[in-house]
Design a protein around this ligand. Structure first.
Ligand SMILES: NC(=O)c1ccc[n+]([C@@H]2O[C@H](COP(=O)([O-])OP(=O)(O)OC[C@H]3O[C@@H](n4cnc5c(N)ncnc54)[C@H](OP(=O)(O)O)[C@@H]3O)[C@@H](O)[C@H]2O)c1
Length: 310
């Protein structure tokens, strides 16, 4: 199935889609793309920015928001990029799991139950593995692995009830507008970017347009269910990533950041994110015939900067 950004509106019937976390990096891009394909989108938010409001902390969601909805896409979740105090860890976990439970309960109340497509993370596999992993690999160690386990498990009542569920275990999303790349940019632009630690840790990444296409694929295609690794087919080492980013920006990348500094500044969060070493294979997307627009890192980086300028 070709999923070009220029693809015409879908020939599939228009769907009604409720998207949580629609105001975020992935959500904004996804909602635009879904609407451009002729679907009706309702944005679920904690604020007035949404078409429908919910209060995750208070456990409040008006189940009427799901009437007539064909697919629920669950993207909401507190950013993991912060110091992991015990309060922050609780927010990171609850914002994903408690919110998923609210949506799952609301779906179960509907006469026509919508499919449930949820964000998830490759951190499920752990934070330091040299071998390739795919969707059949076991859960690894770490706080984020546990978050992912609970996040996905929150929807088990739906799977048990025969509702279509899919979990997009997402790698590092490349976008100039947000996420890891946006955080690295100031240093790289000033010419003080460099590899992190020994640079040998593998980074499993995906461009934002490809991730959006993977969500569209999951929304529109009933054959997509279960765990899906949402990554590009070619992970790179941090050294390769650094070299390519420097090349695309035309800046030197000679100042490495020692691992000890990352651990000092960011603690466990640094170990489980920027220092993590994961080589993830997108087995299911490949089997399903998904076509990446940007399977190569340099192309993806160039496209990210071109898109931001247009
Ligand atoms: N970006 C990545 O590299 C990456 C990688 C792996 C997995 N993911 C996952 O993919 C999903 C979307 O990512 P993203 O980059 O678009 O995230 P994002 O930009 O941080 O947006 C997430 C949205 O979640 C809502 N939210 C934030 N804190 C919340 C809280 N405490 N309780 C309830 N809702 C909260 C916000 O929407 P409102 O303010 O409108 O409610 C926010 O716009 C996330 O669950 C993320 O963990 C992302």
């Amino acid at each position: 199935m070709a999923l070009e950004s220029t693809s015409p509106p879908t020939i599939a019937p228009a769907l009604s889609i409720l998207v949580s976390g629609a105001s975020g990096l992935v959500g904004q891009a996804l909602c635009e793309k879904l609407q451009s394909r002729g679907h009706r989108v309702r944005r679920l938010s904690r604020s007035e920015r949404g078409d429908v409001q919910w209060d995750v902390a208070a456990g409040q969601l008006d189940t009427a928001a799901l009437v007539g909805v064909d697919v629920v896409v669950h993207l909401a979740g507190e950013s993991v990029v912060q110091r992991w105090s015990s309060a922050a860890k609780e927010r990171i976990l609850r914002s994903r799991v408690a919110s998923a439970h609210l949506l799952v309960d609301a779906i179960l109340e509907q006469a026509q139950r919508p499919a449930f497509i949820s964000a998830s993370g490759i951190s499920y596999y752990g934070a330091d593995l040299d071998d390739w992993v795919d969707e059949s690999s076991p859960m690894g160690d770490g706080f984020l692995a546990e978050v992912v386990r609970e996040w996905e498990a929150a929807a088990s009542a739906l799977t048990d009830a025969g509702v279509r569920t899919a979990f997009l275990r997402t790698g590092i999303v490349l976008s100039r507008q947000g996420g890891a790349l946006a955080k690295m940019l100031p240093a790289f632009k000033c010419g003080v970017g460099g590899r992190i630690g020994d640079g040998q840790q593998r980074m499993s990444w995906i461009s934002l347009p490809d991730l959006v296409d993977a969500y569209v694929f999951a929304v529109e295609s009933r054959s997509v269910r279960g765990v899906i690794n949402a990554v590009a087919p070619e992970p790179v080492t941090n050294s390769e990533f650094t070299e390519k980013l420097g090349k695309v920006l035309g800046r030197p990348t000679i100042l490495p950041v020692p691992a000890v500094v990352v651990k000092m500044l960011f603690g466990q969060m640094g170990e489980e994110t920027v220092l993590s070493n994961l080589r993830v294979r997108p087995q299911r997307l490949t089997e399903l015939g998904f076509e990446w627009q940007q399977p190569k890192l340099e192309h993806a980086l160039r496209a990210a900067f071109d898109a931001a300028q247009s």
